[in-house]
Design a protein around this ligand. Structure first.
Ligand SMILES: NC(=O)c1ccc[n+]([C@@H]2O[C@H](COP(=O)([O-])OP(=O)(O)OC[C@H]3O[C@@H](n4cnc5c(N)ncnc54)[C@H](OP(=O)(O)O)[C@@H]3O)[C@@H](O)[C@H]2O)c1
Length: 250
């Protein structure tokens, strides 16, 4: 993600990369970030020293590992740097650290930085409100064969959108055998795995005599980088507190 952000940052007005952190065992350590991203030298060298990577920054974009987030949040708060955190599966310590940091700096954390997925979630909410209870909801996500977890973070985000309108919805991760007729509360969430699919998500709204299929398809990982860069631009100069991708879209 760091390299995707580096490539796309060139085209985003008012964004300049001033530092790049990686872990101390990273084979890419000590290399010029621009050269790693295939852009030619940028004069920014990858460093294991997160604090010095933050020097001169207004915002930091984090896509790392959950165990790295608490320290990053504390350093960014101390140095007055806004935080965009995209790392998945955050543990309690990381969540607490982000919450604490938000007392001092603006913080945006999202398991899915895609602007399109945010809009899909909003459309799903709107559709459910308009259609009423007569429509069943099922979510199907498709990913490449190497994905190790299910359901995807995006599917979880879409479940959240459904539950906003239908708080009694009961998530169901599979059907097998004599499960009986579908109940109104059921919300099926199914993962399909194979090939090199980056990530497709369809929310089915199934009524009598018609159905809506609301689909988002990712064609590469740039959508997350775009969202993270838009978030970083949005946060710079904002008041301390928690922000969401919906705030970025305005
Ligand atoms: N929210 C979203 O929209 C979204 C989208 C894509 C990915 N993600 C999530 O973002 C995370 C990263 O994904 P990725 O595909 O970019 O993974 P990746 O290629 O493994 O990159 C993670 C980078 O963080 C570095 N890192 C790990 N611990 C660190 C530490 N303590 N200090 C400094 N740098 C550290 C890693 O260095 P080493 O290689 O040396 O460990 C690596 O360079 C994952 O949790 C992924 O699920 C979220």
């Amino acid at each position: 993600m760091g390299l995707a952000i580096t490539r796309l940052a060139r085209n985003v007005p008012e964004v300049e990369i001033v530092g790049a952190a990686c872990s101390s065992s990273d084979p890419l350590l000590g290399r010029d970030l621009g050269e790693l991203a295939g852009l030619g030298a940028l004069g920014v060298v990858t460093s294991p020293d997160v604090a010095s990577s933050l020097l001169g920054a207004e915002a930091v974009i984090d896509f790392s590992t959950a165990s790295a987030v608490a320290q990053l949040a504390a350093l960014a708060a101390r140095q007055g740097v806004a935080i965009v955190c995209g790392t998945s599966n955050l543990d309690a310590a990381a969540k607490r650290a982000l919450e604490k940091a938000s007392e001092t700096v603006p913080v945006l954390q999202s398991g899915n930085m895609s602007l399109g997925v945010q809009v899909l979630a909003e459309i799903v909410e709107q559709a459910l409100k308009r259609l009423g209870l007569g429509y069943d909801v099922e979510i199907v996500e498709l990913h490449h064969r190497r994905k190790i977890d299910a359901p995807s973070g995006t599917a979880a985000r879409l479940v959240e959108a459904v539950k906003k309108v239908r708080p009694n919805a009961r998530e169901l991760r599979g059907r097998d055998g004599e499960v009986g007729a579908r109940t109104n509360e059921e919300l099926g969430v199914f993962g399909v795995r194979g090939g090199d699919v980056i990530g497709d998500h369809t929310v089915y709204l199934l009524g009598d005599g018609e159905r809506l299929e609301l689909t988002h398809r990712a064609s590469n990982r740039d959508l997350f980088a775009h969202g993270a860069l838009a978030a970083a631009r949005f946060l710079a100069g904002k008041k301390p507190g928690r922000y969401t991708i919906a705030d970025v879209l305005g």
